[in-house]
Design a protein around this ligand. Structure first.
Ligand code: NAD
Length: 326
């Protein structure tokens, strides 16, 4: 009988911790007003480290190729939530020297037109990466158009090819938010191997890819979702808990294992304030470390996205060189 090896993939290039960002990038300070215990896993220092590295890589790319990497932002209509996100992305691109390019589809937005635009952007040698407005306007769905995007330019990991490669443990762009959550965990000073990790949420953009990335870190992963019975019985077992449900205060301190590391991806507006999915006050008294909302996963997400654009630009340049030689 031939033993079948546990498929332990090599980490994707963009999946490795950024070497020059020390673990101490995570602020080791208590949450204001909290007696002890929970460390605040602040995203901003991590994001700054990633941006610095990307800015250096962008400059080296510009010197070598005589152009900058470019990110196309495809807008399909008006979406206040996406506008806010797009503004942050454009600002982060500008900070690191990546050229943001607006691509807008006005007027009648049919599946055929969106697919055509994605094909154009995929073929445009001056576009390194593409992100598409989400949520989609009524009448259009991601699934109808997404395969028209070249997966080499899929810097937010939304194509079936990217998702499939991620699930197989192959080199792939993973969705930036999912990658950001795991990037924070990589720097939280805890060896993830063998830990019980629970992910609350199973969306294609957040929960599922987080679970895949945690599997790559050799965690034992449980995915909970809206039909899960007795959520607390799962979360209480979690050494590492990642919550992405879009439900304010869903997870409270009494649902945590003492000392757990908690990453709160949720962004909710309650009474004009931005809050996460975890009830910060009660969780801080039980958790060992926790990301704040805002200021945790959010800033890291944008930094990861520009890192992906840089990786895509480099790969496309290599592809062009190979094509010229052959
Ligand atoms: P989604 O609505 O697509 O998915 C939510 C998931 O949570 C679903 O799988 C659902 O089954 C699960 N869920 C909902 N209620 C639950 C409950 N009571 N118990 C257990 N599971 C439950 O949302 P999404 O796009 O995955 O986003 C999740 C959250 O993350 C949102 O608050 C969103 O704003 C936030 N988000 C943050 C960032 C960032 O950069 N920080 C990026 C993307 C999304």
């Amino acid at each position: 009988v031939t033993a079948i090896a546990d498929p332990v993939p090599d980490m994707a290039a963009d999946d490795r911790p950024v070497a020059d960002t020390p673990d101490t990038a995570v602020a080791d300070r208590p949450i204001p007003g909290e007696p002890a215990g929970a460390r605040l896993l602040a995203g901003s220092p991590i994001a700054a480290g990633i941006r610095d590295q990307v800015a250096g890589d962008v400059e080296a790319f510009r010197r070598r190729h005589g152009r900058r990497p470019a990110l196309a932002v495809l807008r399909l209509g008006t979406s206040p939530a996406f506008e806010l996100y797009a503004r942050q992305i454009v600002r982060t691109c500008t900070r690191v020297g990546i050229e943001p390019r607006e691509s807008r589809l006005d007027g009648r937005r049919s599946v055929a037109r969106v697919r055509q635009r994605l094909r154009e952007l995929s073929l445009d040698p001056d576009v390194s990466g593409v992100i598409i407005q989400q949520p989609f306007p009524r009448g259009l769905s991601l699934g109808d158009v997404v395969d028209a995007l070249d997966s080499d330019k899929d810097v937010d990991g939304i194509t079936p090819i990217s998702a499939g490669r991620l699930a197989m443990g192959l080199d792939a762009f993973s969705p930036a938010t999912a990658q950001a959550a795991v990037e924070i965990l990589d720097r939280a000073g805890r060896d993830l191997e063998g830990l019980d990790a629970v992910v609350v949420g199973r969306s294609n953009v957040v929960g599922r890819p987080v679970a895949q990335l945690l599997l790559r870190r050799h965690c034992t992963v449980t995915i909970c979702h809206s039909r899960t019975r007795d959520l607390a019985s799962h979360t209480r077992r979690a050494d590492v808990l990642v919550v992405a449900a879009g439900s304010p205060g869903l997870v409270t301190g009494s649902m945590l294992k003492p000392g757990a590391t908690v990453v709160d991806i949720g962004i909710n507006v309650v009474d004009g304030r931005i809050v996460g999915d975890v009830d910060a006050d009660s969780a801080c008294a039980v958790a060992g470390a926790i990301t704040p909302v805002p200021g945790g996963v959010g800033p890291v997400t944008n930094a990861i996205l520009v890192r992906h654009v840089m990786i895509a630009a480099r790969r496309l340049a290599e592809r062009e060189t190979r094509a010229r030689r052959s």
